[in-house]
Design a protein around this ligand. Structure first.
Ligand code: CDT
Length: 330
């Protein structure tokens, strides 16, 4: 049985610090309209898609950063996205900074259905970077300053999409894609479609020249392709790309099949719709054979995954004492 869906990673070119949300939303609406012309049923936008990647900017008073956050979704400024989704009958995924009524701050993503309903929400778990100004860095990465660790786990929900009555949809955000634990928690809920947005600088300032830009892209793709293959799921990964506030983000948005192959990839570092016709039935091969979790997983051997955070050092091998005969254990 075939379960076809036409999907898009909607890569965004840079959004400069002074650019208002309305301008970013306008660009996204144009991508949704383009998607409609191509028959797309789901559009995935990047992490923190409404503004510049503001964690590179330091605010001594954290409350001063609140203007980067959304306290309502939809709001007056984001309503056009919900309107165009309803008008065109397209679902979309949006990453944004969330300020809750209780004053909590999260790096959040939502899946909005073609009727304009928020069907699924995820809050980023793996927050990279640091919490305080780092004088050694040319560009700050202050996610640990501005966001709390997500409190929703890694949810998967069966949602109607396109003409399909049910698609097992899950999300992660940017740095999460590098952690196999995140993928496996989604895989253990039979995820078929992982949506993820990212903002990744081309330069690793901590790598002292040992991680050139092509390796940064390789590591991103490697993580997504491995995660998709090992959990028999499609993945749609949408980047923010280009030079934003003087900092280069590498783009290279991709759509990956459950076989781990890239089936579509961005060609530019600007606003670009990367589309693919996928068949969710292709998720069944992996999960029925090599990754049939119920038959092959060995959780009794995986205790460290949840009981331990940092790595310990292994015991040191000790040479056996020489035997009186001069022979070893043989
Ligand atoms: N946004 C985000 O999570 N970016 C990270 C790079 C962090 S560099 C301190 C990533 O893993 O792509």
């Amino acid at each position: 049985m075939s379960r076809p869906l036409t999907v898009a990673a909607a890569q965004l070119g840079p959004i400069q610090r002074a650019e208002p949300r309305a301008a970013a939303v306008d660009r996204m609406v144009r991508l949704m309209e383009q998607a409609h012309r191509r028959g797309v049923q789901l559009v995935v936008f990047p992490e923190l898609a409404l503004t510049t990647f503001f964690p590179r900017h330091y605010h001594a008073d954290r409350a001063e950063a609140d203007h980067w956050f959304e306290s309502a979704m939809p709001s007056n400024e984001t309503a056009p996205l919900f309107d165009v989704a309803r008008r065109l009958g397209i679902a979309f995924h949006l990453g944004y900074a969330e300020l809750t009524p209780g004053g909590q701050h999260f790096n959040t993503a939502i899946l909005v259905g073609p009727g304009g309903d928020i069907m699924l929400k995820y809050r980023k778990v793996h927050l990279p970077g640091h919490a305080e100004w780092d004088p050694a860095r040319q560009v700050q990465h202050l996610e640990k300053r501005y966001f709390e660790v997500g409190d929703l786990g890694f949810p998967v929900l069966r949602v109607p999409m396109g003409g399909l009555p049910g698609v097992n949809a899950g999300m992660m955000i940017c740095n999460d894609r590098r952690w196999p634990e995140a993928w496996r928690v989604l895989g253990l809920q039979s995820v078929e479609l992982v949506m993820l947005g990212y903002n990744t600088p081309s330069t690793n300032q901590s790598a002292a020249g040992f991680e050139p830009p092509h390796l940064r892209v390789f590591h991103s793709h490697l993580s997504i392709q491995a995660g998709a293959y090992q959990n028999a799921t499609y993945a749609i990964a949408a980047a923010k790309a280009g030079t934003e506030d003087g900092c280069e983000l590498f783009g290279n948005s991709i759509i990956v099949s459950p076989a781990g192959e890239i089936v579509a990839q961005a060609e530019t570092w600007g606003d670009e719709l990367v589309t693919a016709d996928i068949d969710l039935d292709r998720c069944t091969l992996g999960r029925a054979t090599i990754f049939a979790f119920d038959r092959h997983r060995r959780p009794e051997a995986y205790g460290r995954i949840t009981s331990q955070v940092g790595a310990t050092e292994p015991a040191v091998w000790a040479a056996p004492a020489p035997s009186p005969s001069g022979r070893g254990l043989g």
